[in-house]
Write a protein that binds this ligand. Structure first.
Ligand code: COI
Length: 355
């Protein structure tokens, strides 16, 4: 049942940035959503308020023990003026799986979706319409109880903020150079693993910075136990087309269950292109590169959608894919998926949700 969300509109609307200078996650819209939690009241006081800083006690648990999770999805303005979201229910299902891992209480998925839709409606003038742009929506939960004992917080805030965005990577759809990281790992099964939580991203910053100093734009992450199996690329899932079949690492407890990943698998199946989810070793990828069967490689995620991989380096061994150009299937997947998301192509899968 729809709940009442209290709305306080800003009296001080911000100037909007030019659509060709959005970058990623730099500008924020005029409003945000907040929902509080206490053990006594459960989740309470859903409200949309002017975008503003929040005040937290310095002892709030999120600062000390990282009890926090987040999601990312996008709203699009179609050419005929409608607003649509892409598979938002999936984000809230995953949000609650991450919550469970971090001992954060479940958020009502229906209320979260209602809040998201109302917030997008309130700030709909912020949805950019230039090609490749969208409104990025960032739901997240933080533990706010001021207490330094290591135990789950008794208070939380669930919030949604929104940012008009362009391409996530400066390269856009141009293939990126990636560094295969053999020392640091991103996430480990049994640790916070596949949960979409801050620590998994913080763990990658150091190696990402070192790779970028060496001229690589992203990291290819290997598994945390043997440094043998491919996990993710940057903050994305990864796919390889080898000899006509598309392979992606199977979800193993440390790989993020990407919604773009799931959509790509679905699309490939519906096009009768063989797609296999299984553990993939870095050695076999290099073998496929050496024997000429590695045809395409790309990352998938909400932020970049699809990012082609042109070159990689593992233990000082370079591997160039397709002479560094974007593959045909990669381009077709990108065009079709972004077309469905922004309403240029009819959605045969029932994925889009109107606001
Ligand atoms: C995504 O593309 O899905 C991400 O999670 C990227 C985000 C961390 C900026």
């Amino acid at each position: 049942m729809a709940q009442t969300i209290d709305i306080t509109l800003t009296t001080n609307k911000k100037e909007k940035p030019p659509e060709n200078k959005l970058g990623f996650g730099i500008y924020y819209t005029d409003h945000m959503f907040i929902l509080d939690y206490s053990v006594e009241k459960g989740w309470y006081d859903p409200r949309i308020v002017p975008y503003q800083p929040i005040t937290l006690d310095p002892a709030a648990k999120v600062f000390h023990y990282g009890q926090t999770i987040f999601e990312g999805l996008k709203a699009y303005r179609t050419k005929d003026g409608r607003i649509q979201l892409f598979r938002p229910q999936k984000n809230f299902e995953r949000l609650n799986r991450s919550n469970a891992r971090l001992s954060i209480p479940d958020v009502d998925g229906e209320l979260a979706l209602q809040a998201l839709q109302e917030l997008v409606r309130v700030d709909q003038d912020w949805i950019p319409s230039a090609p490749g742009t969208s409104l990025y929506l960032r739901p997240f939960v933080i533990a706010t109880q001021a207490a330094l004992g290591v135990a789950p917080s008794t208070e939380y805030k669930f919030m949604i903020i929104m940012s008009p965005v362009g391409a996530y990577y400066a390269e856009g759809m141009n293939p990126v150079k990636i560094y295969v990281e053999s020392d640091h790992v991103r996430a480990v099964k049994g640790g916070v693993g596949e949960a979409k939580t801050a620590g998994n991203y913080a763990a990658g910053l150091n190696a990402q910075q070192a790779a970028s100093e060496k001229g690589y734009s992203q990291i290819l992450w290997l598994d945390g136990v043997q440094r043998k199996y491919i996990e993710e690329v940057g903050s994305m899932n990864v796919f390889f087309k080898i000899d006509g079949t598309v392979y992606t690492p199977s979800l193993n407890g440390s790989i993020l269950a990407g919604i773009t990943r799931d959509s790509i698998i679905h699309m490939l199946k519906s096009w009768d292109i063989p797609v296999v989810e299984r553990p993939i070793t870095i050695e076999e990828l290099y073998e496929a590169g050496a024997n000429g069967t590695l045809e395409e490689a790309f990352g998938t995620g909400t932020a970049a959608v699809i990012s082609p991989i042109g070159e990689m380096n593992w233990q000082d061994k370079p591997l160039v894919i397709r002479d560094g150009s974007t593959g045909e299937l990669t381009a077709k997947l990108y065009d079709t998926l972004t077309g469905i998301q922004n309403g240029d192509i009819e959605d045969p899968y029932g994925w889009t949700v109107e606001v």
